[in-house]
Design a protein around this ligand. Structure first.
Ligand code: ASP
Length: 441
């Protein structure tokens, strides 16, 4: 049994947080591979080390003295070293590294040092071997990870050293040049490591006790999702839920390795399990049918009407979509009626080209009338338990109706795990809240 653990920045922000991480890792002998982010914020007024490093890079580039920023960074690692009673001379390593940088040093290299120094300290603290991510995350020239080469290298390190700590967020081209993933990319490193090593589970330790059913800004005491499938997660994150993005966990999904989102500050909480499917469904989600609710504001709808459109509908639809394609407007939904159909899209993608687009559509002889409505929000009600079950959409409409919330659009995916409704922006928060109350309380 092997568990691969990734700890996020807030779990590593201070020596106090380091101590919690150690307790977690040492609690189970299967926890053998640890991926760390760079230290994050200790409180809301604090800085993330990665942000400071990007700032430092800008100072170097513009020839401005960077010593004050470097001092802030060094002090953070010194606190961790001292608080954890470590011996590594981290101050010296940091100084030596930055003595060598100049205007030509890449932002990627500088940003990656946040994870690098953090992993060095964590390795000493846990008594695990430090393995530099530049030694095993191999990028090809096209900027993509070379999975075969990376897997081979990591497996070798694991075989030789057993218990390892490795930095997240970056890797290297074969030339040795460092390349970072997008921000938050330690999640990707963790997923790659778990997949390459065929881990039994990928534990992603953060500062929330799992994925919330709904945005806590709308429902402050939202329940936590016990189990979510990758498909559900994809729907939720696509609609704006700020959860681990399904893309980042793709490597583990491919290998059917479950992901467990856990809270470093509440290690006994079971968190959320993300999996391909669940055999038994005796969880709370089963009783309430829905897994989560997510939504986004600011969509527009163009409604297109043609009397007795009949067989010409496909032709007209194609013409309209070609126009959207030319304007590079991503189409979200196409609800359709007998003599009309609508196109729903993010308002910002149209920008200030409303007149051009409406004029173009209006001059199409096959269109009798077209109207633009702005200020629409889309809300996705997601749940694998909804599939093939009656009464769920009825409950959604009843709840919104009772609360005098007008539904502008309705759509259900064919796999039936998602019902999407469009409401006016001003009703958005209230709609999410009443839906949550009716399904989850
Ligand atoms: N430290 C990087 C960031 O702040 C990567 C990560 O934390 O995953 O984006």
């Amino acid at each position: 049994m092997l568990k691969v653990l990734k700890f996020g920045g807030s779990s590593l922000a201070s020596s106090e947080q380091f101590a919690k991480v150690k307790d977690i890792v040492k609690a189970e002998k299967e926890r053998e591979v640890v991926i760390v982010s760079a230290p994050g914020k200790r409180d809301s007024a604090d800085n993330k080390i990665t942000d400071l490093l990007y700032l430092l890079h800008a100072h170097i580039r513009y020839g401005v003295s960077y010593e004050p920023v470097l001092a802030m960074i060094t002090e953070r690692y010194e606190e961790i070293k001292k608080g954890c009673g470590l011996t590594t001379d981290i101050g010296k390593s940091i100084k030596e590294t930055f003595d060598k940088v100049d205007k030509k040093t890449s932002a990627d290299f500088i940003a990656s040092r946040g994870e690098y120094f953090c992993a060095i300290l964590m390795a000493e603290y846990l008594g695990f071997k430090f393995v530099d991510a530049a030694e095993w995350v191999v990028f090809d020239y096209d900027g993509k990870v070379n999975n075969a080469a990376s897997e081979e290298k990591l497996r070798e390190f694991k075989k030789v050293y057993g218990q390892i700590v490795t930095p997240g967020f970056y890797g290297a081209y074969t030339s040795g040049d460092i390349k970072v993933f997008p921000r938050g990319g330690s999640d990707i490193t963790g997923a790659l490591a778990a997949a390459y090593l065929n881990a039994d589970i990928y534990e992603n330790w953060t500062d929330v006790s799992g994925i919330l059913m709904v945005d806590p800004k709308i429902v402050p005491d939202s329940k936590i999702i016990a189990r979510v499938t990758y498909d559900e997660l994809r729907e939720l994150s696509y609609m704006g839920a700020s959860v681990l993005h399904e893309d980042t966990v793709f490597p583990v999904r491919l290998k059917d390795i479950p992901v467990n989102i856990r809270n470093t500050n509440e290690p006994d909480a079971p968190g959320t399990i993300i999996g391909e499917r669940f055999e038994d469904e005796l969880t709370e989600e089963h009783e309430r049918f829905i897994t989560g609710i997510a939504g986004k504001k600011n969509f527009s709808i163009i409604n297109i009407y043609k009397s007795r459109i009949g067989e010409d509908k496909i032709k007209l639809l194609r013409e309209v979509l070609e126009i959207f394609d030319r304007y590079e407007i991503p189409v979200e939904q196409i609800p359709s009626g007998v003599d009309s159909f609508s196109v729903v899209f993010p308002s910002e993608s149209l920008g200030n080209r409303q007149h051009d687009l409406m004029h173009e559509l209006g001059s199409n002889e096959s269109i009798d009338d077209c109207q633009l409505t702005e200020g629409i929000s889309l809300i996705a009600i997601v749940g694998r338990q909804m599939a093939y079950r009656t009464g769920i959409s009825g409950k959604i409409f009843k709840t919104l109706g009772e609360n005098k919330i007008n539904i502008r659009t309705i759509e259900q995916g064919s796999d039936e795990i998602n019902i999407m409704v469009g409401v006016y922006n001003e009703d958005f928060e209230r709609a999410v809240k009443v839906l949550y109350d009716s399904f989850a309380r």
